[in-house]
Design a protein around this ligand. Structure first.
Ligand code: FAE
Length: 541
């Protein structure tokens, strides 16, 4: 078979050459591994401080906003509820391994809540000390939303797949944005800054670490599904050195969900490294914004300082002329819905909280024959996708199961076409924001995923795994990794993220995107943030 690339299959992406030339300085930093400087916790923001621009959250949207504002000469303060993740633990590592979760793994839980809750039908969750860990499994009535917590947001925990939607599908993603400016300008800028690049196909074809993906590719191919190589933000040269045994292992040691100690170019190594270099940005980790309200000089921003068991140790109020909401789809939506309902930001419009979607996420595993092993060594960074969007409305990443043992399983995270959108609302009696998602809505996504995997199973004579999400449960339909929407562009905001009703307030994260990106979302979130901040700097500052 030919080695297809995302470019060759209509999912445009940067070439490996672009990646190497574009990120030379980053590779140097990454090679230092855990010793590479993380976004350092400067002196936290002082009570009663007055700042020109305050950014809530340090994920993709927040990092883009902070960098471009600082480069334009604006002093910025970033507020992050999670930890700095710049200090190794007792084991010498900043982050815990997927196979051995500990207190660093989960945000304020006493028991892990792993996306794959079972193995061979047995529950695998375990007790952990309550701690401000890096992965939040946030429960709403109908869905658990996984999110990164800490300086770097989702980039700390995600799979690093850096995918652009096919251009002909862009109208389904951001109908009010001109695709020419995105594909001509902002997507390339985002990919370059993030350091996205493709695996060397020759290495992919020979390394033990991607046997699982080659099996996935073979099965897709034999059933006639198009497959694509997906760019990632992992340093491929570093991974090849991991395989050669010359550097400490990260992707090849099962590191992913609870952080990568080496190799992955999280925001700490890309945008936030540049943010630090400007000298104009300070970051306050373990500070959670709880209120934003109009005040003389702009907005009064109230925040709680947390300790590592989640207790509030101080409350501060600062004044900011401009406030950028970059707390992620869930974080931003929760804040805005509560602040509107409780009268702190009364002029926000009725679109706030609406248009939330799960990017059609659904997971499943297939049980392969004994002659089709997927390998004991599996790179934790997925890099192959089955693109059945045209026919069935599903883009399935061939995902790893880095257990360290042979599982004979092929595992997939599908991103599917679904019309279902939920709304965040304020429940005054309970004192919390709720989400109207219903688990049954996932059936549409299951059907779309079945359009791929039923056919592959029929062709291969295989069956679904029923032991990964419970006892006798095929579908991982209780969760999403890709929350999107809640403050939709052109509805809750104008077409560049300015919130209606309160000048000087902006949304600049995944909550702008109305529920789907048809592929993995962070490149689109980054590119949209680049587009919006450019306009805001030109006209509002
Ligand atoms: P995000 O990165 O979530 O950043 C928001 C930040 O705000 C976080 O650091 C929060 O802790 C912080 N925050 C929230 N509330 C507050 C508050 N009140 N005060 C102060 N700080 C606050 O937002 N996407 C891909 O494209 N490719 C992948 O391979 C991929 N894999 C994933 C795997 C996992 C396990 C998960 C959880 C996600 C994955 N994603 C992936 C999704 C991606 O990480 C996500 O879309 C982006 O991180 C969202 O970016 P935002 O800037 O919207």
């Amino acid at each position: 078979m030919e080695h297809t690339t995302t470019c060759g299959n209509g999912l445009p992406g940067p070439s490996r050459r672009t990646f190497i030339t574009g990120t030379g300085s980053i590779i140097g930093a990454v090679a230092l591994g855990a010793a590479a400087p993380a976004a350092r916790a400067a002196t936290p923001i002082a009570d009663a401080a007055v700042v020109p621009a305050l950014v809530i959250g340090t994920g993709y949207g927040g990092s883009v906003a902070a960098l471009r504002l600082a480069q334009a000469g604006v002093d910025v303060h970033m507020v992050e509820m999670g930890m700095a993740w710049d200090t190794p633990g007792a084991d010498g590592k900043v982050f815990a391994n997927t196979t051995n979760p500990d207190q660093r793994s989960f945000w304020l839980r006493t028991r892990t809540k792993q996306p794959l809750s079972n193995f061979l039908g047995f529950p695998i969750d375990r007790a952990v000390p309550r701690y401000t860990g890096v992965l939040d499994a946030e429960d709403f009535a109908g869905i658990t939303v996984y999110q990164g917590r800490g300086v770097g947001g989702g980039s700390l925990v995600n799979g690093g797949m850096a995918v652009m939607p096919r251009r002909e599908l862009f109208g389904e993603v951001l109908p009010t944005v001109n695709p020419d400016e995105m594909y001509g300008n902002y997507y390339p800028r985002a990919n370059s800054e993030l350091g996205a690049g493709l695996v060397d196909p020759d290495w992919f074809d020979t390394t033990e670490a991607y046997q699982y993906a080659r099996v996935g590719r073979k099965h897709a191919q034999r059933s006639g599904f198009p497959h694509v190589f997906v760019p990632t933000v992992y340093d491929w040269d570093y991974m090849e050195q991991e395989a050669a045994g010359t550097v400490p292992k990260s992707a090849l040691a099962g590191e992913i969900l609870y952080g990568n100690n080496h190799g992955k170019k999280s925001l700490q190594k890309t945008y936030l490294a540049k943010v630090r270099a400007t000298g104009r940005v300070t970051i306050s980790p373990l500070h959670r914004v709880v209120s934003v309200a109009p005040a003389s000089g702009g907005y009064a921003v109230t925040m709680e300082q947390l300790n590592t068991t989640g207790d509030v140790v101080a409350t501060k109020q600062v004044t900011a002329a401009k406030v950028f909401f970059a707390a992620g789809s869930v974080g931003t939506s929760k804040l805005l819905v509560r602040l509107k309902a409780t009268g702190a930001l009364p002029n926000l419009n009725g679109e706030v909280g609406k248009g939330w979607g799960d990017n059609g996420n659904v997971m499943c595993g297939r049980a392969n024959h004994l002659w089709d092993p997927t390998g004991r060594l599996q790179s934790s960074i997925p890099t192959l996708g089955i693109d059945n969007w045209a026919a069935g409305g599903a883009f399935a990443e061939v995902a790893p199961l880095p257990t360290g043992i042979e599982t004979y399983a092929s595992f997939y995270l599908s991103i599917t076409k679904t019309p279902n959108r939920a709304q965040f609302t304020w429940n005054a009696a309970a004192g919390k924001v709720e989400l109207s998602w219903q688990t049954a809505w996932k059936q549409v996504s299951i059907n779309a995923a079945k359009s791929i995997f039923d056919r592959i199973n029929a062709k291969e004579g295989t069956i679904y795994r029923t032991d990964l999400f419970g006892a006798y449960k095929i579908w991982g339909d209780h969760l999403t990794y890709h929350p999107l929407g809640g403050a939709v562009l052109g509805k809750a905001t104008d077409n560049h993220g300015r919130l209606h009703g309160h000048p000087g307030l902006y949304v600049i994260d995944g909550s702008l995107i109305p529920g789907t990106t048809v592929v993995n979302p962070f490149v689109t979130i980054t590119a949209l943030a680049e587009r919006n901040i450019e306009r805001i700097i030109a006209t509002d500052l």
